[in-house]
Design a protein around this ligand. Structure first.
Ligand SMILES: [Mn+2]
Length: 477
């Protein structure tokens, strides 16, 4: 029942408001501050909001982006240590001293309950929506939690970063819309003039990809247009949509008129209806139609104008250990950061394209009864998930695809990534939960979203893992 209340939530619960005013005090009364945040789009957005708050208060601070496996034995050196988008699930306060103060803003399942603060001899404050019956997967993420802290200081102009973080955290993939507290954050961003919400076709690359290219990446279902730019060009001709504008520039999704988008929508629905089994038909509209978010202060046709493209840029930085560039972009320090960003993005895309080509040429995908997998042995582990998502279109969309590679040069355990068509998730399968369970049976750990998740397992356990996974899915697809 509490979930349903949260859906139409109109404000933070009183208990959370109280925690936020305590958090505000904690910040106001401290000068020696360190922020640890997660090294992904949500975590970097969280860190950026915190850093802007501290800057505006004239408080010097250190900020560091970390992966979850680096939280085990953290030294607590500063008077106040803030953890954002992580910390709820890790014993990060283990080395706290008596005069330490710890603030956690996280939306992941919490290890501790609300009374934990009374059992320790240092100051401890944790703000986690799940303590208040609010869904941390779809209704608010790390950036949103940090935005509510900003709001406590009156900084509603940071709401757009909250919107970005929700998109980056895939919080809107459940329904294609913002729900719960995310919806309130979005409303602030709209009211403040930072964001425009557009009901649009759900194609990646609204602002920067030529439409016929964007269409060719459609991979939730294998359509004739999937991976075929020629078919995409034919499709546009068929429904009378110009591929180029009067100056010969390839048009983007964001250039289309409402009527053109409607025609394209109908055509995609028609094509999908021919391909998908009956049980998925009711989910087709959700595949092609979703809300998009446009950042009004960013230039048209740049990768920072559309929230989804912006989040990809942030993740490209994170995957290449360039979180500080992403942070500067978010903080508005664009002078050098924009050049650095375009360099990182270009190099990132080049790397991905090279690896995809390799996998394609070697027919790398092996198909089992209920899943398919490939050995990504020389792919760096930071991008194995991205590549797994890209290669889905070369396989069978009705089954999830799993890619694996070594964790790092020093650690030859395996990092596993899984991606699947959104249709499988709409049909009720949550691969994040399944991968957690299967990883455990081979002595690893895993988790994540329904359509994008992963695991770490011991190096010699892959066969056991994949066979258990395949059995686990029997009768579920
Ligand atoms: Mn997050």
């Amino acid at each position: 029942m509490r979930e349903e209340i949260a859906l139409d939530i109109e404000d933070l619960p009183e208990g959370m408001k109280d925690l936020y005013s305590q958090a505000k005090n904690m910040i106001l009364t401290n000068e020696d501050i360190k922020v640890y945040s997660h090294n992904d789009c949500d975590g970097i957005s969280s860190g950026a909001i915190l850093s802007i708050i501290l800057d505006r208060l004239g408080k010097e601070h250190e900020i560091e982006f970390v992966s979850l496996d680096r939280l085990e034995d953290l030294e607590i050196k500063n008077k106040l240590t803030i953890f954002s988008d992580l910390g709820s699930g890790q014993p990060v306060e283990k080395n706290a001293k008596r005069d330490s103060e710890i603030l956690i803003l996280d939306h992941h399942p919490p290890l501790r309950d609300l009374d934990y603060k009374d059992t320790v001899d240092f100051k401890f404050l944790e703000i986690n929506p799940m303590h208040f019956g609010i869904n941390g997967t779809y209704h608010i993420c790390g950036g949103g939690l940090c935005y509510y802290l900003a709001k406590e200081f009156g900084y509603k102009d940071l709401s757009w970063i909250g919107v970005l973080s929700a998109v980056g955290d895939m919080q809107n993939t459940h329904t294609g819309k913002m729900e719960g507290l995310n919806k309130l954050i979005l409303q602030d961003a709209i009211d403040e003039g930072y964001v425009n919400k557009i009901s649009d076709l759900s194609l990646y690359g609204r602002e920067t990809r030529p439409l016929f290219v964007a269409l060719s990446y459609f991979s939730d279902v294998n359509l004739p247009i999937t991976n075929s730019k020629n078919e995409c060009i034919e499709l546009l001709k068929r429904i009378d949509i110009d591929r180029q504008d009067d100056d010969g520039v390839f048009r983007k999704l964001s250039d289309l008129s409402y009527e053109e988008k409607s025609r394209l929508f109908s055509e995609l629905v028609r094509m999908l209806s021919k391909e998908v089994p009956g049980k998925y038909v009711k989910h087709i509209p959700k595949l092609v139609y979703a809300d998009s978010y446009e950042f009004l202060k960013e230039e048209n046709h740049t990768s920072l104008r559309d929230a989804s493209e912006f989040s990809t840029a942030m993740n490209a930085c994170a995957r290449n250990k360039e979180e500080m560039v992403a942070l500067e972009i978010l903080k508005g320090n664009r002078a050098d950061a924009l050049d650095a960003l375009s360099l990182i993005s270009r190099e990132h895309r080049r790397y991905l394209a090279l690896k995809i080509k390799d996998l394609d040429e070697t027919n790398a995908i092996t198909e089992l009864d209920n899943l398919q997998y490939f050995d990504g042995n020389n792919i760096k582990s930071e991008v194995v998930g991205t590549i797994t998502g890209m290669i889905l279109s070369q396989g069978n969309w009705q089954k999830p695809i799993i890619g694996y590679t070594s964790v790092s040069e020093e650690n030859d355990d395996l990092k596993i990534s899984l991606r699947c068509s959104r249709l499988l998730a709409y049909d009720g399968i949550h691969f994040g939960n399944i991968i957690r369970k299967v990883a455990k049976t081979v002595g690893g750990n895993g988790g994540g979203h329904s359509v994008a998740c992963g695991a770490y397992i011991p190096k010699d356990k892959f066969d056991e893992f994949i066979n258990t996974f395949n059995q686990e899915l029997e009768g579920k697809l």
